[in-house]
Design a protein around this ligand. Structure first.
Ligand code: CAA
Length: 258
């Protein structure tokens, strides 16, 4: 499919998806989110792809849901269409790992899209925020839920209630992002992390993603049992035999995803 609001490139085993609505700071509209879901599903289906990176421009990862598109909508339209519900569910169903590479603004739906990814690497120019309160509304794609789990209640309340932005240093200190790098190095760092992930066993990689994400859905006791059982089940794979044999033989493992 030809895309108009995103650019998709395959580099080795990594699908790099660039949000591309520069005139609107990559604001998320129906078309962009629709195309993003198609690209993610294609990456999920494509056997060559082993990891996905979502990025924006140097100025903006995404400045939120498209305000101009939403401004005249009624409650009936928003509720009736379950606005952006299908798209966010579809993103959460992707089983391959997704890294968000964030530079500049990641606001509202932009911050929420980054949080839907498996981890966030950001540049030292990144600014995260949930400024929906300034528009007379509130976060609608996870800003009151995921952000609270990531940075705790106090900071999540602060950001959602005041609409203030969090810079890269605070985002790393608060656990929202895993790494901060100079803006010029952002893509290189994200792609190198993705290539590293691409070298692992895909079975083990998908198991890790599933288990870590379960920690947000389950009690600790249930989550620990889930983790242990999945760990046990990986002993049914050839990749476990290969990984452990390679360690003993002091060589690189050759995983075959089986
Ligand atoms: N929706 C639509 N258009 C947007 C946009 C958005 N979220 N954010 C920026 N744009 C557009 C601007 O309207 C402007 O377009 P024009 O040139 O046609 O006027 C263009 O992008 C450039 O933006 P600015 O001139 O405002 O750039 P700036 O550098 O002065 O400011 C900014 C940058 C601080 C990010 C500012 O654009 C801004 O505050 N944007 C809105 C941020 C926001 O409120 N996001 C939350 C949206 S609601 C939401 O996301 C709900 C949800 O949870 C699902």
């Amino acid at each position: 499919m030809a895309f108009e609001t995103i650019i998709v490139e395959l580099e080795d085993h990594v699908s790099l998806i660039k949000l591309n609505r520069p005139d609107a700071l990559n604001a998320l509209n129906d078309q962009l989110l629709g195309e993003l879901v198609v690209a993610l599903n294609e990456a999920q289906e494509n056997e060559k792809v082993r990891c996905i990176v979502i990025t924006g421009s140097e100025k903006a990862f995404a400045a939120g849901a498209d305000i101009k598109m939403m401004s005249d909508k009624s409650f009936v339209e928003m509720f009736g269409s379950d606005f952006f519900g299908a798209e966010s569910d579809a993103i959460m169903r992707i089983r391959k790992p997704i890294i968000a590479a964030v530079s500049g603004y990641a606001l509202g739906g932009g911050c929420e899209l980054a949080m839907m990814c498996d981890f966030i690497i950001c540049s030292d120019t990144a600014k995260f925020g949930q400024p929906e309160i300034n528009l007379g509304v509130m976060a609608g794609l996870g800003g009151s839920q995921r952000l609270t789990r990531f940075v705790g209640k106090s900071k999540a309340m602060d950001m959602n209630l005041t609409g203030r932005f969090m810079d890269a240093e605070e985002a790393e200190r608060s656990g929202l992002v895993s790494r901060v790098v100079p803006a010029k190095k952002l893509l290189e760092e994200a792609m190198s992390a993705a290539q590293k992930i691409a070298e692992k066993s895909m079975i083990a990689t998908m198991a890790v993603k599933e288990a870590v994400n379960r920690s947000y859905e389950m009690t600790l006791r249930e989550g620990l049992l889930f983790e242990r059982r999945v760990f046990h089940s990986l002993f049914a794979t050839e990749d476990q035999k290969e990984g452990m044999a390679a360690f003993a033989e002091k060589r690189e493992a050759q995983f075959r995803d089986r």
